[in-house]
Write a protein that binds this ligand. Structure first.
Ligand code: FAD
Length: 476
């Protein structure tokens, strides 16, 4: 009997759980990717992610063709497209890798229901098979001794490491069964961006490596630097991190390949990096167990927080015009490149919630729109961490000082100068707090604070006091 493998956030053709299982069990396996109009219709017409996905889809198709198969590409609502295609192809089963976002879980349940009735003569409910592929441990695989989900990272990480055995890192090979791939049905070309209703972006100009090949190139490059990761990862002017987040998001690289590599290394760099991969599993598990975090605070008491309503401050933050140079450089990096360094994500998220007094959901939504690596679980986890409303979050009374963070993590102001050219000639002494320059000092470096570059939109000390009061109020 034939099967259909539905690709989603697993855009690769090696070490792929669903594809492996389908090929092993069925002599004839079709593959499909659906450009989901229920997601795409809401996006701006120029979206780097759509182009990133299309490049990855092209590589998947080429790789399948090299093995004798092909990728069927549809553009529509998967609730309609998958059952229709399943019926058209007469397959007895649909295979997919699990997605843990609440909307995806609901979508898959509905596809499963509809597929059951679309497959002729099949009344079994077993015809939609889903597999763990995106993370090392999912759902309830790592729990406390009491059988409850973890809400603190370090004990979760220890339990995760204890549970790790070679089977958890084992790859799901494809090549052995490649002869089971169904040959191309027709030679309809893959859609172009324009066919999908989108405009070209600056993805190629930015030099963002795409697809499986791009991911492997990034990983090879990172392996050369992994020993330095623990020492360099916090400094945005240094490319100390892997840059693999969009590839992990869309599955153009296998998490097992990365975790197995990091686990096999002895150094501190690799073990620190493995911890970051474990954070990723942790936030996925949080979202799975507590889907309410997608809209509400992990700690329900914090739902009572009264955030400010200040659209002008939100605009200043989005545009990178708050008057705090490192915050502004980071926000401009996000818009200019679709990526932001982790240290900066922490700083700007703290700034939005604790200096501007704005609801973390407003920042989360801006990141969701702009990040190439946007992932609901990690983004929500990061935002709630910074806002102190999350699991294992920054305590609410610990408030980042945007100037000292800047002095510590971009000491010479190299990163600031890269993204805030108005401040290019400001000396190191003032680069973190340029409003402290006298008029003569401003003139000497060619910038007028308040004209060419904004004066601070809030005073940090005052903002800090307001935030402490805001949190104090809900404790009483
Ligand atoms: P590396 O340092 O090389 O880390 C390797 C991988 O580990 C990353 O690619 C990522 O998949 C994972 N990882 C690293 N740090 C974290 C973390 N704190 N939580 C979960 N996974 C992590 N990451 C996203 O992938 N998508 C998001 O939407 C996202 N939003 C964030 C929002 C905020 C407010 C914060 C503080 C963090 C967010 N992160 C998010 C986590 C982190 O900032 C990025 O994963 C990281 O900057 C990506 O760069 P990299 O691939 O070079 O990371």
């Amino acid at each position: 009997s034939a099967a259909l493998v539905w690709f989603r956030r697993d855009l690769r053709t090696y070490d792929h759980a669903a594809l492996h299982q389908a090929l092993r069990a069925h002599p004839r396996v079709h593959c499909v990717f659906v450009f989901d109009t229920t997601i795409l219709d809401a996006l701006p017409r120029r979206d780097r992610r759509v182009e990133f996905i299309l490049r990855a889809v092209e590589e998947v198709d080429a790789a399948l063709r090299a093995m004798g198969g092909a990728l069927i590409v549809r553009h529509g609502d998967p609730l309609v497209e998958i059952p229709r295609l399943a019926a058209e192809l007469g397959v007895s089963a649909v295979y997919a890798n699990r997605d843990y976002e609440p909307a995806a879980i609901a979508r898959d349940a509905e596809v499963k229901r509809r597929t059951a009735s679309a497959v002729p003569g099949d009344t079994a409910s077993h015809n939609f098979h889903d597999f763990k592929d995106q993370v090392i441990f999912d759902r309830s695989e790592v729990m406390t001794q009491g059988g409850t989900p973890f809400s603190v990272f370090t004990p979760y990480k220890n339990a995760w490491l204890k549970r790790l055995d070679p089977t958890a890192l084992r790859s799901w090979p494809i090549e052995d069964y490649a002869s089971h791939l169904a040959p191309p049905r027709d030679d309809a070309p893959l859609p172009t961006l324009r066919d999908l209703g989108f405009e070209a972006t600056d993805l190629a100009a930015l030099g963002v490596p795409t697809g499986m090949s791009g991911a492997q190139a990034l990983f090879r490059d990172f392996i050369e630097r992994i020993d330095d990761y623990a020492a360099t990862r916090d400094f945005p002017a240094i490319g100390g991190t892997s840059g693999l987040s969009p590839h992990l998001r869309f599955g153009t690289i296998s998490i097992r390949q990365l975790a197995a590599y990091a686990h096999a290394q002895a150094g501190r760099g690799a073990s620190t990096w493995l911890s970051e991969l474990i954070w990723r599993d942790f936030y996925h598990a949080i979202l799975w167990h507590q889907p309410r975090v997608a809209t509400q605070c992990f700690k329900p008491a914090f739902d009572a927080l009264r955030w400010d309503d200040a659209p002008d401050l939100l605009d200043a933050w989005r545009a990178g015009r708050t008057g705090y140079p490192l915050v502004d450089a980071a926000m401009r990096q996000l818009v200019a490149t679709g990526w932001m360094h982790n240290r900066l994500r922490m700083i700007v998220a703290s700034f939005l919630t604790k200096d501007l007094g704005l609801d973390w959901r407003q920042g989360e939504a801006w990141f969701a729109e702009k990040l190439l690596d946007f992932d609901l679980a990690a983004n929500n986890g990061g935002w709630q961490w910074a806002a102190s409303t999350g699991c294992d979050a920054q305590p609410w009374f610990r408030i980042f000082n945007p100037v000292t963070q800047s002095e510590k993590f971009d000491t010479e102001g190299r990163f600031i100068r890269r993204y805030v050219p108005e401040l290019a000639r400001v000396p190191q002494k003032f680069i973190h707090a340029p409003w402290k320059m006298s008029a003569a000092e401003q003139a000497a470096c060619g910038v007028r604070i308040g004209a060419d570059y904004p004066a601070p939109v809030v005073d940090h000390a005052e903002a800090r006091a307001r935030t402490l009061a805001r949190f104090q109020a809900i404790r009483e």
